[in-house]
Design a protein around this ligand. Structure first.
Ligand code: FAD
Length: 354
């Protein structure tokens, strides 16, 4: 049977878009070049919040906060329906000094976002400073989230084609009429690009003014017997994310190096040096893994969501840059609203494709 929608790219954004459409009654096929959820959505830290929200424009805050508000229930529902626990946890985030106190306080007050000024010594030994605790910040465990989302798509009747690369679009008279793929030609009524860092390249001449480029991020993984601290820690651009089983993710870098997915000695050394500033006693401990992924980088971290300006059956949901997991549920909601003509929950001008 021909699908109503072909969705290109099965990361967090493609999978959540598929679920939203399936739940609205559409037939959906996801087309994935590799395997489901193995790119940015696997590689990321799973922090469900912008790092310092006060550094970003309102368009980021609006979408991120709606996504954050949807996550607890969605994660519980995924766990219940699929049996896979994405390990959603409201662990809070402790922002260590130096930080922009005034800006942070102003932003939290304006957005009714809970914040507490705390003694860092209550969380970390030997650190006699004042930090900013954001208790509402939560996290998920990316690989588990990806597996749960995949299973949910399949349970809802979605079709997933893996090892199937979309090579280009067949265009005729203002519409897309098919996709050329490594597994032959595919057809649907509508086409949705959720190809992350590859979205602009894939769209080619149809990309219009979209500016999405790969921004490499590297992460180090440590393993302890038990979580060595509870909240996510943020010190300038370094974050440490404790998982339930004692794994700690340390990230990250922001590198514009094209599609080169290598990990580098320089990044490893730089991350380690900054970790030792927070935990001098970790000096003898080696990370057990080191990986890289490509964020779909976009100007000001604002994704593009919705219909192509001139091709009536082509849509995009991409460019979520540093916060694609955080924004995924809300972004899928906005896309569905546009497709079915339902009112949006807030102004969406900034996300439009133009
Ligand atoms: C190191 C790092 C840390 C991060 N930390 C966080 C965090 O803590 N919190 C947060 O919210 N976000 C974080 N992010 C960002 C987040 O991971 C991304 O914004 C998000 O995963 C993007 O999801 P996506 O589905 O658009 O892209 P992806 O997950 O990259 O998925 C795109 C998919 O499209 C497929 N594809 C591409 N081209 C084609 C084609 N031609 N045909 C078929 N399939 C194709 C790819 O194979 C891929 O599977 C982080 C990212 C990185 C790299």
């Amino acid at each position: 049977m021909q699908s109503d929608f072909l969705i290109i790219g099965a990361g967090a954004v493609g999978l959540t878009s598929a679920i939203a459409l399936l739940q609205a009654g559409y037939q959906v096929t996801l087309v994935e070049r590799g395997n489901v959820g193995q790119e940015a959505s696997w590689a990321g830290g799973g922090i469900l919040s912008p790092l310092c929200s006060w550094d970003y424009p309102e368009a980021v805050t609006r979408l991120a906060h709606r996504g954050m508000a949807m996550f607890a229930e969605a994660a519980e529902s995924l766990h219940q329906t699929t049996g896979i626990d994405p390990e959603y946890e409201r662990s809070g985030m402790l922002v260590l000094p130096p930080l922009q106190w005034e800006q942070a306080q102003h932003w939290c007050g304006q957005h009714h976002f809970d914040m507490q000024s705390v003694s860092v010594a209550d969380y970390l030994p030997l650190q006699n400073q004042t930090g900013l605790l954001l208790p509402e910040v939560a996290q998920v465990r990316n690989p588990r989230l990806m597996t749960a989302l995949r299973k949910r798509v399949e349970m809802l009747g979605g079709v997933i084609l893996e090892q199937c690369e979309v090579q280009n679009f067949v265009y005729h008279a203002g519409r897309i009429t098919g996709l050329h793929t490594t597994r032959g030609e595919l057809h649907a009524d509508g086409y949705i690009v959720t190809a992350g860092a590859w979205s602009q390249q894939l769209l080619g001449e149809h990309a219009m003014r979209i500016d999405i480029r790969p921004i490499r991020g590297q992460i180090l993984l440590f393993k302890f017997e038990a979580p060595p601290f509870r909240p996510i820690l943020l010190k300038k651009d370094l974050y440490l994310i404790p998982r339930r089983d004692g794994h700690v993710l340390v990230g990250s870098t922001l590198e514009e190096v094209g599609f080169d997915k290598s990990t580098t000695i320089e990044a490893r050394a730089g991350l380690l040096q900054r970790v030792y500033e927070v935990f001098p006693d970790w000096k003898g401990i080696q990370p057990i893994r080191h990986w890289a992924g490509f964020r779909p980088g976009s100007p000001e971290n604002i994704p593009t969501i919705g219909a192509h300006p001139t091709i009536s059956n082509l849509y995009i949901n991409s460019g979520h840059f540093r916060y694609g997991v955080t924004m995924s549920l809300a972004s899928a909601e906005l896309l569905l609203n546009e497709i079915i003509g339902r009112a949006q929950p807030f102004p969406v001008e900034e996300y439009r494709w133009c």
